[in-house]
Write a protein that binds this ligand. Structure first.
Ligand code: MSP
Length: 506
């Protein structure tokens, strides 16, 4: 059994999840479900990034100002506890199938980070120096003058803090050549390709040593042997992927947004090399969502709550929309109007209508019993579904998930055409039983295949289709390669046509 270890970024808890966080999480969930179905031993890790200064700012906002030391730590701890619980509740609501959830304030993490620090220190890659720079708490990173726009961080629209303090540094520059070599010899390491070029340029021109501690902070993991210094939040957060359970390391896939590839494709591999650990197989950076064409922001007031959308339309609809709307690797836009259009056009009129059409005909013309396929079902009527499976698998393996869904919808539309061409209602009138049975069998069996392809994307819908086809829960326990073979739906199975899968929205 092959292992498949997949991660999402661990999210800051200074706010609740929005549609962008849900996107990464749902993509990871789709892949985890796909690999589980294929019989791989999947480990899907998520978590919360709790030691960041931005969480402290959020926790103290409006609270006892001037609170220091223990008092601050208590307030922040209570805050991160509450917020982490909220994140976990949101993921439960969205039915995310993660196997573990790591919080960076947990003992397993803190212990590991300190051990890791010591290993890197022993490799000679940590040294003390004075850092002077402009720190943006929004990014939790230092900014160069050239990155600012009129003195402000372009992402957070505020002036970074001027810091000058004695810090520990990590010798990133020492790993420049090795990193470039690794990326060159492992094209799968940074994906998609556009991001690979971006990261190569970054490593060539910028990968300088970076400060990995901050002085006199009230919150965070203390540097081993020097409690006046706190470990820089990225040098702490990245380690969650190993600290959660080192038995799974190395990860097969880190799924991240394009905003944090520098950390995942330059800092992280260099840190791992320094500690003598293997590198993750692939870091995939997806694009970003805007909302109705604008950047999502609290100030604009256009932040979309994924849980509300899921409650309104259903989890599967949200998943389908997000996965279909954002093109592979590129940016996308979230719009509820567009979601409703896709719902009516592709789910209600497309998939839902096809399922209802086929099952109604089975009910009406052959008394709700899957007919015998007679001549073996494969003739001029339908050239088989191997091409759909072939395309689907290849898109899923290369993470081109929107195309995998396009394939399913091409399949749906071929079946619609098949119904129009063969006109089963005419065959029923002519009493052409052989032909009628054959057509209905082909249609129903193909619905089973479509339901399987949709399983990672729309697990509730898949179950509903299986139920309506009379297959029940046992279908889901079948071996993936077996399910792809023609003939899984046995003649004689009694169907149970149920409610419409996607009632039209008005
Ligand atoms: N805590 C760090 C990650 C540490 S991982 C070791 C962090 N957290 S975050 O809460 O800011 O989440 C950033 C991630 O959220 C992005 O990389 C991306 O996965 C997701 N997204 C945030 N906004 C997004 C959009 N507008 N669109 C798509 N994804 C977005 O960075």
């Amino acid at each position: 059994m092959a292992k498949f270890y997949i991660t999402t970024p661990i999210y800051y808890v200074n706010d609740v999840p929005h549609i962008g966080h849900a996107y990464t999480t749902i993509v990871a969930d789709v892949l985890a479900r796909y690999h589980r179905a294929r019989g791989n031993e999947v480990h899907f890790l998520m978590g919360t990034d709790e030691n960041a200064q931005k969480n402290v700012e959020a926790a103290l906002c409006g609270q006892a100002t001037g609170a220091r030391g223990m008092a601050t730590r208590k307030i922040v701890q209570r805050y991160v506890d509450e917020m982490s619980a909220k994140w976990q509740e949101s993921w439960d609501e969205l039915d995310i199938s993660n196997n573990d959830f790591i919080r960076t304030t947990e003992e397993r993490h803190i212990k590991y980070v300190q051990e890791f620090w010591k290993k890197v220190f022993e490799s000679g890659d940590i040294y003390k120096g004075v850092y002077e720079g402009l720190y943006c708490t929004g990014c939790e990173a230092y900014k160069t003058e050239s990155e600012l726009v009129e003195g402000l961080c372009p992402d957070h629209k505020r002036a970074p803090q001027k810091l000058s303090e004695e810090n520990y540094f990590f010798r990133l520059s020492k790993y420049r050549e090795t990193l470039l070599k690794h990326i060159e010899t492992h094209p799968e390491f940074v994906q998609p390709e556009a991001r690979r070029n971006e990261i190569i340029a970054y490593i060539k021109d910028h990968a300088n040593d970076f400060s990995i501690s901050r002085k006199n902070l009230e919150w965070g993991i203390p540097v081993p042997g020097d409690p006046s210094q706190t470990i820089y939040v990225w040098f702490d957060a990245l380690l969650n992927y190993v600290s959660a359970n080192s038995k799974w390391w190395p990860a097969d896939l880190h799924l991240v947004g394009k905003d944090i590839i520098k950390f995942h494709c330059a800092y992280w591999p260099a840190m791992l090399m320094s500690a003598g650990l293997p590198l993750p197989h692939t870091v995939f950076a997806h694009g970003f969502f805007t909302v109705d064409g604008q950047k999502m922001s609290k100030t604009i007031g256009n932040v979309v709550d994924p849980v509300k959308i899921a409650q309104k339309y259903g989890n599967d609809v949200l998943r389908y929309y997000l996965l279909r709307e954002i093109p592979f690797g590129a940016d996308g836009d979230f719009s509820e109007t567009r979601l409703r259009e896709r719902y009516n056009g592709e789910l209600a009129n497309g998939l839902g209508n096809l399922v209802a059409r086929v099952l109604t005909m089975v009910e009406r013309y052959v008394s709700s019993v899957i007919p015998d396929s007679g001549r073996g079902s494969m003739d001029s009527l339908f050239r088989g579904n191997d091409n759909y499976w072939g395309q689907y698998e290849s898109y899923m393996q290369s993470l081109i998930l929107d195309r995998a869904l396009d394939t399913v919808w091409a399949y749906v539309s071929e079946l619609d055409t098949l119904i129009d061409r063969t006109q089963p209602w005419v065959l029923a009138k002519k009493d052409d039983k052989t032909r009628l049975n054959e057509v209905l069998y082909i249609l129903a069996e193909n619905l089973r295949h479509i339901a399987w392809m949709l399983m990672p994307f729309m697990p509730d819908t898949t179950q509903k289709i299986f139920d309506q086809l009379g297959l029940g829960k046992s279908e889901l326990a079948r071996d993936w390669e077996e399910t792809k073979k023609w003939g899984g739906l046995k003649p004689g199975t009694k169907i149970k046509r149920g409610e419409s899968l996607f009632p039209r929205l008005t």
